[in-house]
Design a protein around this ligand. Sequence first.
Ligand code: G
Ligand code: G
Ligand code: NA
Length: 253
Amino acid sequence: LTLGGELPRAVADHEFIVNFQPIVDLGTGEVTSAEALARWHHPTHGLIDPLRFLEAVERSGLLPAFAEAILDQALIAATNWRDAGFDIPVAVNVSPRSLLDARFPGSVLARLRTHDLPPDRLVLELTETLTLSQLDVVDRVLSRLRDEGVRLALDDFGTGYSSLSLLSRIPVHELKIDRSFVTTMESSAEAAAVIRSTVDLGRSLNLDVVAEGVESEPQRRALWELGCVAGQGHLFARPMPAGTLLATLQRGS
Ligand code: G
Ligand code: G
Ligand code: NA
């Protein structure tokens, strides 16, 4: 993508917006939280997916401004849902590079205070692409957030070669099973075994486990039978604007 030169304007003009995908109870369908997913609302190209601009943002020096814009929108949405009677946490994706920035925890905590949202209403989703050599710095950044009550989730769990060692170094509250395992679980005994093991791990360590990319009723049922009680995916809902999610909550489905 050659939109890199447009990033300063995009930040200044608030062109980065957020959609929210519900995370649901796989037994009842009740919405238990929502994941914030960034989009670039470009004046001529329309809505652009994060995969097409995230790398450029991360390289640009604008990552802190981008991350703050996304976090602000997520926290505003969560306070609006709470004020309407739906006190659900919001999950925000964090770039590995933000975790190497000593100012990151202070920035997150300041925004929680500004929006008057308790820290445990925010889940930070971390990916496994962190290298082990960076873990000392990352652990310091995350300890501060964890100590204040912010919840941490390990995203794309099972895909990184270091999932388990990462988990032992960075205590988290939640594991998100990568979509690839859910997609193949009905035909692959290995994928089903990874899901079962992750659910068991969650149970032993007292972690929440969320399945990603649930697209069909047979997948939902198979996950439920393996003991996985939370999930997100197109079977339930696609990412949507905060106000649309509120209307969905108010309809009770
Ligand atoms: O919404 P979509 O499926 O296109 O998202 C693609 C990827 O972009 C996902 O892996 C998601 O984790 C990542 N992503 C979405 N929003 C953000 C964000 O605000 N910050 C970061 N770092 N990653 C995001
Ligand atoms: O990497 P991360 O876990 O943040 O992934 C979120 C991405 O997955 C978003 O881009 C979202 O749009 C996408 N997504 C969410 N649900 C589904 C689904 O059921 N199927 C597929 N193929 N993608 C999904
Ligand atoms: Na995520």
